[in-house]
Each structure stands twice: as C-alpha cells, then as structure tokens.
Write a protein that binds this ligand. Structure first.
Ligand code: NAP
Length: 202
C-alpha cells in the first residue's frame, strides 16, 4: 500500500509583523484544504519593497506567534538564502526538503494577483497549488493560466493588516488583540516601529 502524500501549506509573507489575520488565514486554509502542517516562511529580502524590521526580528515574531499550534512550523529557507527572495527558489527548496508532500502556497490575494510577473513563473506552476486569501466581498482577478492551480479563500480576520499594526505601534496606540500577546511584548521590548520606522534592514 502506498503511503498518503502529506499536504503542506506554505504561508509566504513578509510578516512585519505577523498578526491574527495571518494566523486565522493559516488555520482556515488548513481546515479547507485538509493540510497536515502549515509552514510559515518569512520573506528574506523582498527586493525593492521597503521592510521595516530585520529578517531575524520577523522570523522570531513568527516563531512566537505560532509556537502553541502543533501543526504550525516556521522555516528559515528564505531568510537564510542570500539575495532577493523569489518564490520559485522557496518552493524548489521546500520540495527538495519534503519530497513526500504536496505543497499549497498561501498568501495575500494582492500578492498572488501579481504572480504572472514573478521570476520563472512557468516553472512555479508544477511545484504548488496557490491559495489567495482575501477578506469577504473583495473582488479578485485571479490570473487565468491553463497549468496554474489557483484558488481563493475568504478570511474575515484579514481586516487586520501589518501596515495598521506598524502605524499604531509607531504612535504608541495599543496593538493588543491584533497580534498575539507574545508579539506585543516582543515589539515593545525591541522598540520596533517606534517613530517614523523608515529604516530598512535585511
Ligand atoms: P505584500 O505585497 O506585502 O502583501 C500583499 C497583501 O497580502 C497585503 O495585504 C498583506 O497583508 C497580505 N499578505 C501577505 N502575505 C500574506 C499571507 N501569508 N496571508 C495572508 N495575507 C498576506 O506581500 P509580501 O508579503 O511581500 O509577499 C507575499 C509572498 O509572495 C511572499 O512569500 C513573497 O516572497 C512572495 N512574492 C514573491 C515574488 C517573486 O517571486 N517574484 C514577488 C512578490 C512576492 P499584511 O501586510 O497584513 O501581511
């Protein structure tokens, strides 16, 4: 008898910081897609995009936020790979590490909507299914490509955004209940997002 292939979610994101919207999205995707595990993969260097916190801070906040869930893990593949982070490299590396698995790349709908512009997109399709998470009512134009496996999942808690959390932290407004308690404490301890929070570290 052949063993069942594992179904692994790959939550790709900057996670600056991780918040309850991301965690609910991962949990909803795990139920809807019958996933055995969800691996959170904080982006290393996202290229031109401005990232406020260092990779290590974003990685550690992701570890703290996911620690209590036995099905959630965190991978360093993107933050340990030198150079700009491309999803083709993320998925190639994870497929080699987990050859017994089917991968489901989960990310924000706005990010997935741009996938046709991603590096080596034709090589990406066979590596994973793609799940674009949106808030309810959000109309999305998903790319129409024959070989692509792309689906959409509505997640009410995605009304929370990292930008809003950063803006609140920058002016000392509370961020309790938007992010896990341990992440609130980590942000306070390391004084993340204080002031204008413009500087870029990677
Ligand atoms: P982004 O453009 O910062 O995010 C777009 C939207 O999606 C934001 O509203 C964001 O909300 C949300 N979002 C991001 N990740 C999410 C997740 N895992 N679950 C739910 N919502 C999410 O996107 P990004 O974070 O830079 O990139 C997302 C993923 O796509 C990363 O894995 C990145 O490496 C990959 N990517 C690859 C390429 C490429 O290969 N060329 C190009 C771009 C992105 P929050 O701000 O609240 O998170």
């Amino acid at each position: 008898m052949t063993a069942r292939r594992l179904r692994i979610g790959v939550m790709g994101g900057t996670f600056d910081p991780i918040h309850h919207g991301h965690l609910v999205a991962a949990s909803e995707a795990a139920v809807a897609l019958e996933l055995d595990e969800v691996v959170f993969v904080p982006t290393g260097n996202p290229g031109n995009k401005k990232v406020i916190s260092s990779s290590e801070h974003r990685y550690l906040m992701t570890v703290i936020a996911t620690a209590a869930n036995p099905r959630f893990t965190v991978s360093r593949v993107d933050i340990d790979r030198p150079g700009v982070t491309y999803t083709i490299d993320t998925l190639t590396e994870l497929s080699k590490l987990r050859p017994d698995s089917d991968l489901f790349f989960i990310s924000g709908a706005d990010a997935i909507a741009q996938i046709l512009a991603w590096k080596e997109v034709d090589r990406i399709w066979p590596l994973a299914h793609f799940v674009a998470v949106t808030r309810p009512g959000h109309q999305l134009q998903l790319p129409q490509v024959k070989e692509a496996r792309i689906s959409q999942l509505e997640v009410p808690a995605l009304a929370i955004s990292s930008t809003d959390v950063r803006n609140r932290a920058a002016v000392g407004k509370p961020i309790w209940y938007l992010v896990p308690d341990g992440v609130v404490q980590y942000i306070a301890k390391h004084k993340l997002y204080r002031g204008h929070g413009d500087s870029v570290h990677n």
